[in-house]
Design a protein around this ligand. Structure first.
Ligand code: FES
Length: 125
């Protein structure tokens, strides 16, 4: 039994790392395309700027908080499939790193009550 199993997240947020390494690999274009797809689909998903998951060398990285999904080497062309996954669809297998060591550490922090948005760049939180 996990100690913090009741503390999972239900926030409908996609956190996109826009720190230096991920930005150099195109994460801002990924974020912008995700926001466009969300807007076009009339979804209530939020796409949030985030600063560093400590997986910099495999960026652009993003976390779908409520799906417990972590994606790496994301491109703008992945945006539609990522939003589909965030809306309850299937994971995007080619870029899914949710079983990686760093993803498990992130999920452990979520289980412990840590909210990624607490350190986000969004000004409305
Ligand atoms: S710069 Fe994106 S994970 Fe570190």
């Amino acid at each position: 039994m996990r100690m913090y199993e009741n503390f999972g997240s239900d926030e409908r947020i996609i956190h996109v790392c826009v720190n230096t390494d991920c930005a150099m690999r195109g994460s801002e274009a990924v974020r912008d395309r995700l926001r466009a797809v969300v807007d076009e689909s009339d979804s209530d998903l939020e796409v949030n700027d985030y600063v560093c998951f400590a997986a910099c060398e495999q960026g652009p990285n993003l976390l779908i908080e409520h799906s417990r999904a972590f994606y790496s080497e994301v491109t703008p062309q992945d945006a539609e499939a990522i939003v589909e996954h965030a809306e309850g669809g299937d994971p995007v297998a080619a870029i899914d790193r949710s079983s990686s060591f760093i993803a498990r550490k992130i999920f452990n922090m979520l289980d412990a009550g840590f909210k990624p948005g607490d350190l986000s760049l969004s000004s409305d939180t």
